[in-house]
Design a binder for this molecule. Structure first.
Ligand SMILES: Cc1cc2nc3c(=O)[nH]c(=O)nc-3n(C[C@H](O)[C@H](O)[C@H](O)COP(=O)(O)O)c2cc1C
Length: 209
């Protein structure tokens, strides 16, 4: 009986701690050269369904919009007046997460596999290791400007992150594709986004056949 209680407590505690995922430190040296990455950048859609390694997952989020200067809390992407509006979500086989650059961790928002509900190309979505969803929190724009201007900036910021991911994938031998045909209804609903936080774009990352 005592053993069962200890086992149950251990399982429950493990479950609690499994909520969020602290990423391993990103690699900031080595890898393919910038020129090699540029030469290899392309859209690839033939994924195996295999998960990324812990190091690849860490490097991926660091490339997308990680914090590369801890002293000033600035990112691997530039943003207008350092507004840092891009909020990045990820759907994997395990659940939906939100990335936090400062702690370099993924906060679990929803358990379960929702990947194939997020796009029209369902088979491809189901086999992507990570479905990245780039959103912009427009409430962070505290320096005026019209709604149209904010959305232009937000699109540019998401574009930087997407290209960083594309080049990272090229350098790492992973596949990626930008997805404009994401499900306009399901994605914001699954993420619980308010109207001040539009989805800018979706991008798939996967291990290749
Ligand atoms: C904004 C945008 C939306 C896209 N949407 C899709 C998409 O929904 N599905 C898809 O398979 N590819 C999509 N693509 C990928 C393009 O088809 C691809 O970039 C283009 O054919 C050029 O190929 P390359 O990326 O290998 O140079 C999109 C690309 C961009 C930039």
């Amino acid at each position: 009986m005592k053993k069962i209680i200890i086992f149950t407590l251990a399982a429950l505690t493990a479950g609690l701690f499994a909520q969020d995922l602290k990423l391993v430190p990103p690699q900031t040296k080595g890898g393919a050269t910038f020129r090699e990455a540029l030469a290899k950048r392309c859209s690839l859609r033939n994924y195996t369904g295999k998960a990324l390694s812990a190091q690849q997952l860490s490097n991926l989020f660091y490339a997308a919009c990680g914090m590369n200067r801890k002293d000033t809390k600035k990112l691997t992407i530039p943003t207008a007046r350092n507004v840092q509006d891009i909020v990045l979500y990820a759907a994997t086989a395990q659940g939906i997460y939100r990335y936090d650059a400062e702690s370099h961790s993924l906060k679990l928002l929803k358990k379960g596999d929702f990947r194939s509900q997020m796009g029209m190309q369902k088979g491809m979505f189901a086999k992507a290791a990570v479905v990245l969803i780039f959103t912009s929190d427009l409430s962070r724009y505290n320096f005026g400007g019209s709604e149209a201007e904010k959305k232009i900036y937000a699109g540019v910021h998401a574009g930087f992150a997407i290209q960083n991911v594309g080049l990272f994938c090229a350098a790492e031998g992973l596949g990626n594709v930008v997805i404009g045909s994401y499900n306009r209804k399901n994605v914001p609903a699954l993420l619980g986004l308010g109207k001040n936080q539009p989805v800018m774009m979706v991008q798939l990352v996967g291990t290749l056949k």
